[in-house]
Ligand binder design. Structure first.
Ligand code: A3P
Length: 293
């Protein structure tokens, strides 16, 4: 049925200067949260799916079968998603679910629906160094026809730096979330730390969610959420999305899962230009990223 279907890539509108879909914005902004809802927030490609799987396993006390109940996008409503079928609208899915719900969002801080703050929901924010995010996002925009075409790597490098990518500027995103983290219930986690010591970060998530699980369960969560296990898990690797939307033959969703792949893409000139911009934008924050381990 879908065999000859070719998807039209979308043109992005802007919400408060951030490239996002305009048609659905009003209903997203008025989203109603429950106090027990848990939010997994991240800039795109920072490790959102990985954290979703960890949070799901923690909430299900390490029950692998329960975490295989449905694909990621059906288990955890993606608040602002505008995707073609079979991916349901995040709001529709959320409305059908009983709290506590695990919600996913890529929204920058100033665009998070206010109800989530009013209900004081717990948020786990994942941040990943910009260079690896950029490379990952480039490949993702190539394979995901629901997003604008990224063009060549050299073109994309400039587009990304200018912030004209879906969900906007990386710097504004990571700094915005960093600055409010102590004002609300926000656990700020780094992708690089998750790679370096996954069990330590899993334990941080557990304690933030008020869960006390045994070492055996932590080990089970660790195994189930490893890159290899998630790459092979159809309920976590997005292979259930039709290929006219996500074409894994162009680039798989579970692509490399490492720190430092940017070195295979950035020219010396691009790396220098990026580092200058980084110095300028990050001045005045105590937020530190590692782009190699
Ligand atoms: P790469 O493209 O660099 O491989 P998101 O879920 O936010 O879209 O992020 C996707 C990125 O996280 C991809 O990065 C993907 O491979 C990586 N990823 C997903 N699950 C992972 C895991 N269990 N361990 C390490 N990286 C993972």
């Amino acid at each position: 049925y879908f065999g000859s279907y070719v998807m039209q890539r979308p043109a992005m509108g802007h919400i408060s200067g951030v490239p996002l879909d305009q048609n659905t914005w009003a209903s997203i902004w008025s989203f109603q949260a429950h106090p027990e809802d848990i939010v997994v927030a991240a800039y795109p490609k920072a490790g959102t799916t990985w954290m979703q799987e960890i949070v799901d396993m923690v909430c299900e006390d390490g029950d692998v079968e329960k975490c295989r109940r449905a694909p990621t996008y059906d288990r955890h409503p993606f608040l602002e998603v505008v995707a073609p079928k079979p991916v349901p609208s995040g709001l529709q899915l959320a409305e059908q679910m009983e709290p506590p719900r695990i919600l996913k969002t890529h929204l920058p801080i100033q665009l998070l629906p206010p109800s989530l703050w009013e209900r004081n929901c717990k948020v786990i924010y994942v941040a990943r160094n910009a260079k690896d995010c950029m490379v990952s996002y480039f490949h993702f925009q190539r394979m995901n026809k629901g997003l604008p075409d990224p063009g060549t790597w050299d073109e994309y490098f400039l587009t990304f730096l200018s912030g004209e990518v879906p969900w906007g500027n990386w710097f504004d995103h990571v700094i915005g979330w960093w600055e409010i983290k102590d004002k609300y219930q926000v656990l700020y986690i780094f992708y690089e730390d998750m790679i370096e010591d996954p069990k330590l970060e899993i334990r941080k998530v557990m304690s933030f969610l008020g869960k006390d699980l045994s070492d055996d369960v932590v080990e089970k969560i660790h195994q189930h959420t490893s890159f290899q296990a998630m790459k092979e898990n159809p309920m976590a690797n997005y292979s259930t999305i039709p290929s006219f939307v996500m074409d894994h033959s162009i680039s798989p969703f579970m692509r490399k899962g490492i720190v430092g792949d940017w070195k295979n893409y950035f020219s010396t000139a691009q790396s220098d230009l990026f580092d200058e911009e980084y110095e300028r934008k990050m001045k005045g924050t105590d937020l530190v990223f590692r782009s190699q381990l």
